[in-house]
Ligand binder design. Structure first.
Ligand code: ME8
Length: 510
């Protein structure tokens, strides 16, 4: 049977400065969802990339005396290295300077112009250079950019406009018919009340005041300005405007665009209207997650108040960083990133709960049975409770992941691991070991623990893949598939476990 497809995207990030933990946050979550979907049998296309044009990058490159392309190339090489360090399993990395993307954007722009959805006019407006956003007077906060709080600039120039206003009614109708289009729901209300109901204004889509952009091919004084260049990345990578492209036919529409809350607006207003104009299907969902603050404040490229995320990876390990990003903040809310919290999370969940359980269990198996996995024969009531919770876990995690409640899905797994630790305390294998007549019971207890660890590990694979492989290796098991966790008891009998290895050492703080 052909696999069902799943297309997930991150925003394409601005390579205007080195990436920070905030970019890692979105990308790790997208990666975990992509890996989870692959595990559960989907044919996944996971895309990330970079949004490389614009005045800001042109200026930054000028400041350091290189071309914009040279400037972004360096940052992108570094970003790709960061994704490799974090185990990001993207299928495609799009760059808006890719030739294929540039040609596709020109064709899209021309098509919209030819059919009357783009027209030439004059732009007078208030513009924030760092955010590349235009604002109306009423949106400013204390006369400054409502997103970043910096000075805005009044600009006036000839420009092309996209007829956003034409699609207002269709957009409202689409929202009514697709109540899950924007998640979390609070963001949908914000969009409707603050941006759509007051009336959509046509959108400036070209500029003449800078050069670092895709030229409008029929009017070369103009370069395509931000959103037609940036948002179309989600389809140009699949081969659009060739609607017969295999990738396009297979993966579009996207299942979810994962974005930070500040760019939800562009993804749920401009992007659907552009797609309507192009007569293409709309993405199924846009999920707007919250911001990660740094020790309570904004992580800022321009303030440079952040460390290279590789420093955390080198200090604590890739899975500690992944786990923290995925588990710490209820997905959708704002949260705080601090090194102390990362350490504390690693110690409690990864070292104490998971690491300790695996280590104790594998050690005892070696000590009492030379590491051989024996048949469970002597069951007690105590076992049923554990086995039930482990067997149910697959569905419990699935329900949470279907709502993209990643932190809750992980916590469900941790809860079962905690109950495994309690099972050890309740069954006291070291006491059973002292009594020759209790050997079979001891074998059963250890089997139940090893099998519970195996099942939990399969479910942990999308979140902490390196650790999961390490555990599978210690268990010496080939039963790592999603199907293998439907029934309790797939762990191979009479197999010899490998030597125990510490998964996470407790991090001592000063
Ligand atoms: O907006 N907390 O690019 P960008 C959480 N090019 N997430 C954060 C974050 C933080 N502190 N900081 C950044 C752009 N992010 C456009 C997007 S899409 C067609 C074009 C993440 O480099 C978050 O996902 O400013 C946010 O939406 C994205 O980085 C913004 O990246």
């Amino acid at each position: 049977m052909e696999k069902e497809k799943y297309y997930i995207t991150t925003p394409i990030y601005y390579p205007s400065a080195e990436f920070h933990i905030g970019h890692c946050y979105t990308t790790i979550i997208a990666d975990a969802i992509a890996r989870y979907k692959r595990l559960t049998g989907y044919d996944v296309f996971f895309q990330t990339g970079t949004d490389e044009h614009g005045e800001k990058i042109e200026k930054k490159a000028n400041e350091v005396g290189v071309t914009p392309k040279e400037y972004v190339d360096k940052i992108i090489a570094n970003a790709k290295d960061l994704w490799e360090h974090l185990g990001i399993s993207y299928d495609y990395f799009i760059r808006t300077t890719d030739e294929g993307h540039e040609l596709a954007v020109q064709k899209i722009f021309k098509k919209l112009y030819d059919q009357g959805d783009i027209y030439k006019g004059e732009y007078k407006g208030l513009y924030c250079i760092p955010c590349e956003s235009f604002w109306t007077e009423s949106q400013l906060v204390d006369g400054k950019c409502p997103d970043c709080g910096r000075e805005i600039k009044e600009v006036s120039e000839e420009a092309y406009f996209f007829k956003l206003s034409k699609y207002q009614e269709r957009l409202e109708k689409f929202y009514e018919e697709n109540p899950d289009f924007i998640l979390p729901l609070s963001r949908k209300n914000e969009m409707l009340n603050n941006f759509i109901k007051p009336g959509l204004e046509d959108l400036c889509v070209s500029r003449t005041s800078f050069k670092w952009g895709i030229p409008v091919d029929f009017d070369p004084d103009h370069v395509v300005y931000v959103w037609i260049d940036a948002l179309t990345n989600y389809i140009t990578s699949l081969g659009y405007p060739n609607e017969e492209s295999e990738l396009y036919k297979k993966y579009w529409p996207a299942d979810v665009h994962l974005v930070g809350k500040e760019i939800v607006r562009f993804h749920v207003i401009i992007w659907p209207c552009m797609l309507m104009a192009l007569n293409l299907p709309l993405p199924k969902q846009v999920f707007g997650h919250g911001w990660l603050k740094l020790d309570g404040g904004k992580i800022s490229k321009s303030l440079g108040n952040y460390k290279d995320p590789r420093e955390y990876i080198n200090a604590y390990g890739v899975d500690a960083v992944r786990y923290y990003a995925l588990r710490e903040v209820p997905f959708g809310n704002d949260g705080n990133f601090s090194e102390e919290a990362l350490i504390s999370r690693t110690n409690t969940d990864l070292a104490n709960t998971l690491g300790n359980l695996v280590n104790r269990t594998i050690n005892m198996s070696h000590k009492y049975f030379d590491g051989i996995v024996l048949n469970p024969e002597v069951n007690e009531d105590l076992d049923t409770e554990l086995i039930n919770s482990v067997t149910k876990l697959k569905d419990v995690v699935e329900a949470k992941m279907n709502e993209l409640k990643v932190n809750e899905a992980i916590d469900e797994i941790m809860e079962v691991l905690r109950s495994c630790n309690k099972y050890i305390d309740d069954t006291t294998p070291w006491t059973l070991a002292k009594d020759e007549t209790k050997k079979d019971r001891l074998a059963t207890v250890l089997y139940n623990l090893l099998e519970s660890i195996r099942i939990c590990t399969v479910l942990l694979t999308p979140f902490i893949p390196t650790t999961a492989n390490n555990i599978f290796d210690q268990l010496n098991t080939k039963e790592t598939s999603y199907e293998s966790i439907t029934n309790f008891g797939a762990l191979e009998l009479n197999n010899k476990l490998n030597e125990p290895k510490i998964l996470f050492t407790r991090i001592e703080t000063k």
